[in-house]
Design a protein around this ligand. Structure first.
Ligand code: GLY
Ligand code: MN
Ligand code: MN
Length: 460
């Protein structure tokens, strides 16, 4: 992929339109077909999926923020409905048992509405336990996927059993997104890009990390509990903490750099985007950002193709980043030697990415097959989250980074690799923390589609 605006294949472009709903029927048909096979594998007749429950904090009467069961929101875009259930039985219309409680303390969910309702037989209940009478009679014939707290009936007789064979099958295939799902991630990305732009403006205006976070949430139209993960908003050295979520209340003086890794949600689907900026006048750091951005766009993304082993993509990214480090005089050893000896891992200590969808880090990243097994991570790369071969329909992130992390630099020295780097150059970059650039790519039969860059381009 060159650095110009990419040509988006027509089929994908359609999914990117606002008419995501048109793809919903096909999505449901895919889920029903997968469910039939999964049930056969496990020896069950029905798939039963509770949306989940509220969890009360220990020694308190407050709930934690509700998180919908991903297996539930795979079926329909409901993310604020604890106590509801989906029942899927091969050959029948799926059923939704929808909790609309009598409650004058809280806002009660609206009656079901939207593009998805015509596809379900819907039963409205007023109390969570009423669900039981609308679920299959014989729990032993059901694969029930959920948390233990969802159990219903006397002594929790109807309780999640989470059969491994069923989960293995469904999770493995969940890596292949339907056009509906690509459209949902795309919508989440639109929201995320809008918010990233607002965050950059807040940074340029001198806001604190907390202020940038608020600007982000405002533009996303989502608060922290609705976002798919805690916003990483890092000024200066904070960029060296991979998951920095402290949100400092005062801006540092001077402000030199800004790394933001933040997503947004749409109908239960996540986006995951990272950008890094230099404050005005910090030209050498800007050059490093540009160099990482260039290898991400032009070199690493080229490897995001059907048939590529993601482990090899990760190892290639190490080499590409080691070349950047060498160009900037940070690395004295050869890029190849830096990768072989683990020196590159001191600067790039996380994986090149992961699957994304209903969860920001999607399930089954290591699955060897739809009936179990694990694909090992490469030796020395414990944080890679995806080891599968890329195939059309997968949506994965491409997120190389270069950081100046004291702990890892000390380790590098302790292991006898101190001569492989130029410590004066490291000292020059330390105050900037690090660089990460992250996009989401759809794997196709040809060039990957970069959802993130596409949204930036369409709204430039
Ligand atoms: N935002 C977490 C990650 O990029 O994986
Ligand atoms: Mn990510
Ligand atoms: Mn991220």
């Amino acid at each position: 992929m060159g650095c110009g605006r990419m040509v988006v294949p027509r089929r994908i472009e359609q999914t990117m339109s606002i008419a995501v709903a048109r793809h919903y029927a096909d999505h449901l048909a895919t889920l029903q077909a997968r469910t039939a096979t999964a049930l056969e594998r496990g020896g069950f007749d029905h798939l039963v999926v509770p949306s989940g429950t509220l969890h009360v904090q220990v020694f308190d009467d407050r709930d934690y923020p509700y998180a919908a069961n991903p297996q539930f929101k795979h079926w329909l875009p409901l993310t604020r409905n604890p106590g509801s259930w989906v029942v899927a039985t091969p050959g029948e219309r799926p059923r939704l048992v929808y909790l609309q409680p009598r409650d004058y303390w809280h806002v009660v969910p609206d009656a079901p509405s939207g593009y998805w309702v015509d596809h379900f037989d819907i039963v409205v209940i007023r109390k969570p336990e009423e669900a039981l009478q609308h679920l299959p009679k014989n729990a032993s014939r059901c694969a029930i996927l959920g948390e233990p707290q969802s159990a219903l009936g006397q002594y929790g007789a109807f309780k999640p059993n989470n059969p491994q064979a069923v989960i293995d099958y469904l999770d493995y295939h969940r890596a292949y997104k339907t056009p509906y799902e690509v459209g949902m991630i795309h919508e989440a990305t639109r929201r995320g890009v809008r918010a990233h732009r607002a965050a950059e403006r807040a940074f340029r205006a001198g806001a604190s990390e907390f202020g940038i976070h608020l600007a982000y949430c405002q533009a996303a139209g989502q608060d922290a509990t609705e976002l798919p993960y805690g916003n990483i908003v890092a000024l200066n050295e904070h960029g060296a903490v991979l998951h920095y979520t402290e949100l400092g209340r005062l801006p540092p003086k001077p402000v030199r750099s800004f790394l933001i890794d933040a997503g947004a949600s749409h109908g239960g689907y996540a986006c995951d985007i990272t950008r890094t900026y230099a404050a005005d006048g910090n030209d050498e750091f800007q050059a490093l950002v540009d160099a990482v951005d260039k290898v991400q766009r032009e070199d690493i993304s080229q490897r995001f193709r059907a048939g590529s082993d993601y482990r090899q993509v990760h190892l290639f990214a190490h080499l590409a980043l080691a070349n950047v480090l060498r160009d900037f005089g940070i690395l004295k050893a050869s890029p190849e030697a830096a990768v072989a000896t683990g020196v590159s891992s001191a600067f790039f200590p996380h994986g090149i990415g992961h699957g994304i969808g209903l969860q920001v880090h999607d399930v089954a990243g290591f699955a060897a097959s739809d009936s179990g097994g694990t694909i090992a991570k490469p030796d020395g790369h414990p944080y890679l989250r995806l080891t599968r071969v890329l195939e059309p329909g997968m949506v994965v992130t491409n997120e190389p980074g270069v950081y100046f992390i004291d702990m890892l630099l000390e380790e590098l020295k302790a292991k006898g690799h101190g001569d492989a780097v130029d410590w004066a150059r490291i000292d020059a970059f330390r105050p900037y923390g690090g660089v990460r650039i992250e996009d989401e790519l759809v794997i196709t039969d040809g060039d990957p589609v970069n959802l993130t860059r596409d949204v930036y381009a369409e709204s430039a």
